[in-house]
Design a protein around this ligand. Structure first.
Ligand code: ATP
Length: 270
């Protein structure tokens, strides 16, 4: 079915090697999502239920979607992504039905990974005020919980959700048998930034004056998405000046531009 706010990728091509600075997170997601899909017998033999839902939490642009896609790639699973915020905006009165549809599709296309981005949009703690919009969101959440409770843990459908507001989630969602595993995906430190920059500069034609370690040390606070933008922007500077290599100077200008933009965003929020 063609539904906006939903993306189906039968063969996602992200590999773990394309994810920088998240070694621990990769280990955890392998254990909680990959293992139940690949070796369900390990769980049945020991007599425990594999984790059903894993929640990735952390700031935007840190690699949550990448992690979920990489698991799908590694397990040859279909990747089904829904963006919860778009779902509730676009399908007033239809949220619950669509959630059911997504789970049906996931079973049909199994093995599969359902990735629910911005899950807080349908799973915020219940507010006292109850407008019809709130009730609609509530119904969508109830349907999601029902779907999760409904299928038994023979892990051929893995469920991964992402949020940057774990603090506002309804505790009902986080109960055992639902999203009961949490993986923090933080802003990278300098070593992490170095790893991410290595990945995104791999195919770039760099001048010999480029010191990637220095770029990493000067981009404090940048997310993976920001670092990617810094690489792209530095390449654009080189193209504009009709050069065939990217220089350290281009990187410095790109850092100013990208980190500057971040700064403006924050000012706007305040
Ligand atoms: P959001 O919460 O905004 O959806 P996200 O955490 O899911 O963000 P991604 O969509 O995975 O972030 O990241 C956006 C892009 O930034 C990626 O496609 C990738 O190019 C780059 N990126 C982010 N994090 C990393 C990382 N850890 N290593 C390499 N690239 C990264």
């Amino acid at each position: 079915p063609l539904v906006t706010g939903m993306e189906v990728d039968e063969k996602p091509d992200v590999e773990y090697a394309q994810i920088g600075g998240l070694e621990e997170q990769v280990v955890e997601i392998k254990e909680t999502v990959e293992l139940p899909l690949k070796k369900p017998e390990l769980f049945t033999n020991i007599g425990i239920e594999p984790p059903k839902g894993v929640l990735l939490y952390g700031p935007p642009g840190t690699g949550k979607t990448l992690l979920a896609k990489a698991v799908a790639h590694e397990t040859n699973a279909t990747f089904i992504k829904i963006v919860a915020s778009e779902f509730v905006k676009k399908y007033i009165g239809e949220g619950a039905r669509l959630v059911r549809g997504v789970f049906e599709l996931a079973k049909e296309k199994s093995p599969s990974i359902i990735f629910i981005d911005e899950i807080d949009a349908i799973a915020a703690k219940r507010l006292k005020s109850s407008t019809s919009g709130d009730r609609e969101v509530q119904r969508t959440l109830m349907q999601l919980l029902a779907e999760m409770d409904g299928f038994e843990g023979r892990g051929d459908v893995g469920i991964v959700a992402a949020t940057n507001r774990p603090d506002i989630l309804d505790p009902a969602l986080l109960r055992p048998g639902r999203f009961d595993r949490f993986i923090e995906v933080p802003i990278p430190n300098e070593d992490g930034r170095m790893e991410i920059l290595k990945i995104h500069t791999k195919n770039m034609s760099l001048d010999e004056d480029v010191d990637v370690r220095l770029v990493a040390s000067l981009s404090e606070g940048a997310s993976g998405a920001d670092l990617k933008a810094i690489c792209t922007e530095s390449g654009m500077f080189a193209i504009r000046e009709e050069r065939t290599t990217v220089t350290m100077n281009d990187f410095m200008d790109a850092i100013d531009k990208i980190v500057g933009m971040e700064h403006d965003e924050e000012m706007k929020k305040e």
